[in-house]
Design a protein around this ligand. Structure first.
Ligand code: N7H
Length: 923
């Protein structure tokens, strides 16, 4: 690795990182990305006005603009699964899920957070700064207009900070004095040289890699950043926290504690200074322990010129004071006086760009007004820098040889379970532990005891602040190229088998996490000149299936998908994959055979398909009545609440209700039926990786369900009126040659096919509609005028943008050309796993949908490919449209239907659990 420092490219690094803007006004705009394509257009519009570190060269600016993303935001923008998983775990988790690491307990716990901070819907942060409030607002308004115009983003929250006089914060102290001094930058005093590190040779700047990705850090190496390098290079992480400050309480408490500690309430200012480590003017306690010295504060060369080296025991500045514990400024040397490898004070630094929010408190009384600090830290490593300080230094006294409860007297938390003693056997458990400050020079007692919490976390999140180059890449899908990643992988791995394994993993990750992006790209390839059907070589060892890695072909064009699904033309493109999973030899629990795993020319298929189609269709006219009953109950429950969980309240109960009332399989209880359905479905449709645990769970579910079904079939009420009854009736005069267990096999196949598929179809469809306010409004209007056919058209079209499955699997049993006679004619090799991508077929500009990226509810229903095509077309086509129509007729009449602020639904989640909507409750 090259260890020469590379000069920083100030044009590429966003502003306010290395050099603070030094302005007093900021607007923080929090966005949700609804539709990635328009969102990228919105982002592109912002890029031209992004402020960079080069602003010093371009002269003073009135207003500044910056953009950052949460992990969920990068995901919503469509970046590659490889890039996503290359981000560090704490960033992937987001601040809310790091509450324990951050000691956000008690009132600071995430359940009390506000302003959408930390929620999965928070995707993007736009920061506007200005020298005046008006400049700042003007910049924020400009950005809002751009984003609104793009149509793919929703402003979900907005915060403002307008600072206070003289760079003070609400407790009355000057802030923003001490910052790290970074090699290659010239911020001037007081940062330089005292913000650097103390070395035997005197103060030295820190390496930029501590704060900017892609540069040498204090260990003289370039730490691993996100993939590809271009995405991370010159970017950084922005930690955002809204911290409420209880000013009245702070003031009152300082007075009270000063009376204990110094025997004089008037010593409150001194105690407060010992708490912070600086006097209100900014004068360090270390330089002037007895009184505020404005001379020192006014001198940039002195205000930050101190370390605690001569004050080991904290006799001048308490070891536990806020600024001492958050930056101990020590020189960690070994016994020979050499610097130790990881000096405390250089590996846990952070750039702070906080601004106070809310009006100053007038007088002493609590006015119950929200005020505090919009805390911002910029670091290259969230866990090592910000989280480490927050947990180990701010909220623990141990590292400083203090009591553990000697936590940061200013911002420490009092509800840390590490400190809560075991419950008192005689009575009340302690819910809270007292916090204390060891006070040097105290005249009465050496501690300020039982300090209350002065600062409460109101929310926050971790953001990635990319370079300008990376922003441009994000706006143009540069980090969403499957083709490039695939080519890169190919160049990287020489061993053909290993390469095939990694290629297959890459394809599966893309198909699961970024289906639209990979398929769009392959579709473009297929219609290029010359067109090309994507196919991997795989690694085939004939006679040794275990050792082989199957080649993969991905078919994307509408015509080709139809052809691949045409069983007459291509019997070689088989459903063998399903068959193998269904007809597992003993001792596995029998799960089949079932029509889905049988070729259309197979005798079992020929015999059983018509029987099943009859049984399903015969009852189709009863479906609306049954659905009405189920939905009446569901909606009677939901309507007064004003909120629903689409998955738990609707998308599970509807198909489960049908399983019971329409198919005739009530199951022992809903939880068990849910488990059976999910475990069997997962194994059949999602277990391409051949995860043995999934197979084991499916075996258990199938064994339990078989046992249950045997009992049910034996005792079945002959007067009942269900699909099961129809199948049992077949057995009164069984056709010749019927395979064993006809009823049990098929009722299992049908019910498993109904539940998870409908669940996802309902959830994904309403999700797509909600993302498109105009379409939603039109569909709602149709529902209100009782126009069920139009409602169904809207649902169908919404489903086209994220259908319940994106590809259908086939297994090629003999070499076979596809798209013959076209420039993309390709021989699909025997043993190939074929993905017929119905999603991309329905978005093929040369296919049957004109302007396929447009939302158009007036399309010909016969063109949609949700249920496959031809021989193996899904039986669900007789049921699903009816289900969708009835469900959406109800859902869309709820007033002011909207996504809940805390909704976590992920549109590509294969096994979703929650999806929260809100509406105005009605009768
Ligand atoms: Fe702190 N305060 O106003 O009292 N902070 N801080 N902070 N803080 C500092 O030296 C304050 C918070 C750091 O290099 C000063 O620039 C308040 C968090 C660090 O010597 C003052 C809140 C974290 C430093 C305050 C708050 C930190 C620092 C002195 C919350 C990290 C630099 C001004 C509402 C986890 C130390 C200066 C150094 C300085 C205050 C929060 C860290 C006055 C009110 C959450 C690293």
């Amino acid at each position: 690795m090259n260890n020469q420092p590379v000069p920083l490219n100030f044009q590429d690094i966003q502003g306010n990182i290395l050099n603070g803007y030094g302005v007093g006004s900021a607007r923080y705009l929090f966005y949700r990305i609804d539709l990635p394509d328009p969102a990228r257009i919105g982002l592109a519009a912002l890029i031209s006005r992004i402020t960079t570190e080069s602003r010093k060269e371009t002269g003073a600016l009135q207003s500044m603009l910056n953009v950052a993303f949460t992990y969920q935001g990068l995901k919503a923008l469509g970046i590659s699964p490889t890039s996503l998983t290359s981000f560090p775990p704490e960033f992937q988790q987001g601040m809310r899920r790091r509450a324990v690491a951050l000691c956000d307990f008690g009132e600071s716990a995430p359940e009390h957070w506000t302003n959408a901070l930390g929620l999965p819907q928070l995707h993007m942060l736009v920061l506007a700064h200005g020298t005046t409030e008006d400049d700042c607002t003007a910049m924020a308004d400009w950005a809002k207009n751009q984003m609104r115009g793009s149509g793919g983003l929703t402003l979900i929250s907005e915060l403002k900070a307008d600072g206070l006089q003289e760079n003070k914060e609400h407790f009355g102290f000057r802030d923003g004095i001490s910052q790290p001094w970074i090699r290659g930058t010239h911020p001037g005093p007081p940062i330089e040289p005292h913000g650097g590190k103390r070395t035997p040779q005197g103060p030295q700047p820190l390496n930029p890699g501590e704060f900017i990705l892609g540069h040498l850090d204090e260990l003289n190496r370039i730490p691993q950043g996100p993939t590809p390098d271009l995405l991370g290079h010159n970017g950084t992480y922005l930690v955002f926290r809204k911290l409420y400050q209880n000013v009245a309480q702070f003031k009152a408490e300082m007075e009270k504690q000063a009376a204990y500690v110094f025997g004089d309430p008037a010593a409150k200012d001194r105690l407060a200074a010992l708490t912070v480590g600086r006097w209100p003017s900014g004068c360090p306690v270390d330089l002037s322990p007895e009184k505020d010295d404005r001379g020192i504060a006014a001198d940039p060369a002195r205000i930050n010129d101190f370390s605690y080296k001569q004050d080991d025991r904290g006799e001048r500045c308490p070891v536990g004071a806020h600024i001492r514990r958050t930056n101990p400024r020590d020189l960690a040397t070994d016994k020979n006086g050499n610097l130790v490898v990881e000096p405390m004070a250089t590996r846990h630094r952070m750039i702070r760009r906080s601004l106070p929010y809310g009006p100053p408190l007038n007088g002493k009384e609590d006015d119950r007004t929200d005020r505090g600090l919009m805390f911002i830290a910029l670091v290259a490593d969230i866990a090592r820098q910000f989280e480490f300080v927050q947990r180990n230094w701010v909220n623990n006294g141990d590292p400083f040889r203090l009591d553990r409860t000697d936590r940061d007297p200013l911002i420490g938390n009092n509800h840390d379970p590490r400190d809560i003693p075991p419950p008192d056997p005689s009575g009340q458990p302690h819910q809270e532990t007292p916090r204390k400050l060891t006070v040097p020079g105290a005249t009465r007692i050496p501690w300020a005891l039982n300090l209350p919490e002065f600062v409460t976390t109101k929310g926050g999140d971790y953001f990635f602040l990319p370079s300008v180059t990376a922003l441009k890449g994000l706006a143009t899908l540069a980090f969403s190229s499957f083709v490039k990643e695939y080519a890169y992988l190919e160049s990287l791995i020489q061993d053909p088998r290993q390469r095939a394994i990694e290629q297959n993993k890459l394809i599966q990750a893309w198909l699961i996490y970024r289906p639209k992006e990979i398929l769009d790209e392959l579709l473009k390839q297929a219609q290029g000149e010359p067109g090309r059907i994507f196919q991997t070589p795989g690694y085939l060892v004939f006679g040794n299936l275990q050792y082989s890695v199957p080649p993969i072909a991905i078919i994307t064009k509408y015509e080709d998908v139809l052809e691949a699904l045409d069983t007459n033309k291509h019997p070689e493109l088989s459903v063998e994959l399903y068959r193998q999973k269904m007809e597992i030899p003993p001792p596995g629990a029998p799960r089949g055979p079932f029509i889905l795993g049988k070729s259309t020319s197979d005798p079992l298929y020929k015999q059983e398909m018509p029987l099943l189609a009859d049984a399903v269709r015969k009852h189709a006219q009863k479906l609306p009545g049954i659905l009405q009953q189920i939905l009446d109950l569901i909606f009677a429950d939901i309507k007064p609440k004003g909120r629903l969980d689409v998955i738990q309240d609707l998308a599970w109960p509807v198909p489960l209700g049908l399983t019971s009332q329409y198919f005739g399989v009530p199951g022992p209880d809903p939880a068990t039926v849910k488990r059976w359905m999910r475990d069997i479905y997962k194994e059949l449709f999602l277990n391409l990786r051949r995860d043995q645990e999934w197979t084991r769970l499916a075996d258990i579910a199938a064994a339990e369900m078989n046992h249950y079904l045997d009992g049910l079939i034996q005792q079945y009420d002959k007067a009942s009126d269900t699909v099961l009854k129809e199948l049992i009736d077949v057995m009164t005069a069984p056709p010749a040659g019927l395979a064993p267990n006809f009823v049990r096999r098929n009722i299992m196949g049908l019910t498993v096919g109904v539940v998870e598929t409908n669940l996802k179809a309902i959830a994904r469809t309403i999700d797509q509609l909600i993302r498109r306010p105009d379409a939603l409004a039109a569909a709602q209007a149709a529902a209100r005028r009782n126009d069920a056919a139009t409602v169904l058209n809207y649902a169908r079209e919404a489903m086209r943008f994220n259908p319940q499955n994106h590809v259908l699997f086939r297994w090629c049993t003999a070499d076979r050309p596809i798209a013959a006679g076209t420039p993309r004619e390709t021989i699909i090799k025997q043993g190939t796993l074929v993905f017929a991508a119905t999603l991309s077929a329905m978005h093929d500009p040369e296919g049957r949908f004109t302007q396929p990226e447009a939302f158009d509810p007036k399309r010909d229903p016969s063109l949609y490919l949700f249920f496959g095509h031809d021989g193996h077309e899904c039986l669900g086509r007789h049921l699903v449209p009816m289900i969708m129509q009835e469900v959406f007729m109800r859902l869309l009449t709820l007033n002011n239907l909207r996504r809940a602020h805390d909704d976590p639904f992920d549109p590509v989640d294969l096994l979703p659990e929650h999806f929260y909507l809100e509406f105005d409750p009605g009768r």
